[in-house]
Design a protein around this ligand. Structure first.
Ligand code: AMO
Length: 434
């Protein structure tokens, strides 16, 4: 039975009928009606029925009806067409091997109708992930990431990997995790911002990264994680942030389009995906404030939109037929130190979907004196930025980019209410395990 161990998931089809095949997986259900037993095994492709007659093989029958649910077995047997089996075929076993016995009781049911609370599910994530509707989220996540690689590479972006252990805070703010790096103090990167910008001084003038963000934000919300992932892009030789926005909106469109190809997973999740209208609407910060004022929501000019204001604007945009929209021309004080500006307006933008921020980006300051001034004006110390500023002193083209949250995107795509559902092992204010 050695071959059973090298089993790789197969999709049974008509060609397999009346042939001996190998299958392996987790036991989902056992129905023993005395003389005959039906065992459902599951792998990542779906479920298969094993039908065993007691009189044909009392040994295999005994093994299969006494084994605990969620144990792992492999089976060798005849594949037969069956009208009664749920996917149209069954396997009559000739040999089975028990690969791993599951302890009882299970900490969490896999096919039980009772909903467990999110904490129990996340505490037992390895079992939670056996559920097909949970796996579907991560299969869709996999395919949207594939779309990222396909689209950005087709636009001649080079994938890079920048450090996550760094010597200064990437976004200039607080919310940074400190750690001991031998004799020195280090930080976990809040984003690849400083590195992707430095790369613009190298000639690798279009880069992207599937990045990890580490943020010590205290708030425990349904839209924030302390460790999240993003698509980070940086591109040089741009005339304005509009060129960056064009790449971002096309990327979002391609990811959405790719997600639609996951027909089985979308059916499992009972979700329909409609392509967004394209190109996305652009609304300036000033106009957004006016629209909000008309609804009696007042914001002081210069302040960033809070989540309530974002939601209200989302509703206004929805009424006008826009799920996706860019908010452009933010005041400089609402954007980070590296953002290019003209007088009091920055060249920064956010991409919003139904009142949730999915991405933000900008054209960057590439003049080193202007950049140093902004760092000082933002009350940040120049000291931590030595390596970053050095890259601006020896020739760096105008450039810009964005950071685009992958979990936030999945929430919007699949209408998932809690961001923790969109990452395998979430890190939040209280969760560090598993
Ligand atoms: P920003 O801080 O806006 O910009 O982050 C970019 C996008 O990343 C996602 N995101 C998060 N998702 C979940 N939990 C979090 N705590 C979290 N923080 C951020 C959001 C957000 O829109 N360096 C800039 C980007 C750039 O200008 O290139 C940046 O990090 O979807």
């Amino acid at each position: 039975m050695d071959r059973l161990r090298s089993h790789y998931s197969i999709e049974v089809n008509e060609e397999d009928y009346e042939k001996n095949i190998f299958l392996a997986g987790w036991i989902e259900d056992i129905r023993n009606i005395g003389s005959i037993a039906f065992i459902i095994i599951r792998d990542r492709m779906g479920t298969f029925q094993i039908t065993v007659l007691k009189k044909n093989d009392p040994d295999i029958f005994e093994k299969l009806v006494t084994i605990s649910r969620e144990s792992v077995i492999s089976v060798y047997g005849l594949c037969k067409r069956s009208d009664k089996a749920r996917n149209g075929y069954e396997i009559i076993p000739k040999d089975i091997e028990i690969l791993s016995i599951a302890k009882t009781p299970l900490p969490l049911g896999v096919v039980d109708k009772v909903e467990s609370d999110l904490d129990t599910r996340l505490d037992n994530r390895f079992i939670d992930l056996r559920k097909k509707e949970i796996q579907a989220i991560f299969k869709i996540r996999n395919s949207i990431i594939q779309a990222v690689h396909e689209y950005l590479r087709s636009e001649k972006f080079v994938e890079v990997h920048t450090p996550n252990i760094i010597a200064s805070s990437s976004e200039g703010g607080t919310d940074v995790f400190k750690l001991k790096y031998f004799e020195k103090e280090a930080f976990l990167a809040q984003s690849p911002q400083l590195y992707k910008q430095s790369l613009m001084a190298t000639g690798l003038d279009r880069v992207y990264e599937i990045a990890w963000y580490f943020r010590a934000e205290e708030h425990n919300t349904s839209r924030h994680l302390n460790e999240s992932t993003a698509v980070d892009v940086e591109m040089a030789f741009i005339n304005s942030e509009e060129e960056v926005m064009k790449i971002l909106e096309k990327l979002v469109y391609k990811m959405w389009e790719k997600a639609k190809e996951n027909k089985i997973e979308l059916e499992v999740l009972n979700k329909e995906i409609h392509l967004p209208s394209f190109p996305f609407k652009r609304i300036t910060y000033d106009n957004a404030i006016d629209e909000l004022n008309n609804e009696n929501i007042n914001i002081k000019w210069g302040e960033d939109l809070g989540s309530d204001e974002e939601k209200a604007l989302g509703k206004i945009m929805k009424k006008e037929g826009h799920d996706f929209y860019f908010i452009t021309k933010y005041p400089i004080e609402a954007k980070p130190f590296y953002t290019m500006y003209d007088n009091k307006y920055s060249r920064g933008f956010d991409l919003e979907c139904n009142g949730v921020e999915l991405a933000s980006g900008s054209q960057r300051i590439h003049d080193v004196e202007m950049l140093e001034k902004r760092i000082k004006d933002c009350n940040l110390s120049l000291k931590g930025f030595d390596f970053y500023l050095k890259a601006f002193r020896y020739g760096i083209p105008p450039h810009g980019g964005f950071g685009f949250g992958i979990e936030r995107f999945l929430m919007e795509l699949l209408d998932i209410k809690n961001i923790r559902e969109c990452i395998l092992f979430p890190r939040d204010r209280t969760r560090l395990v598993p």
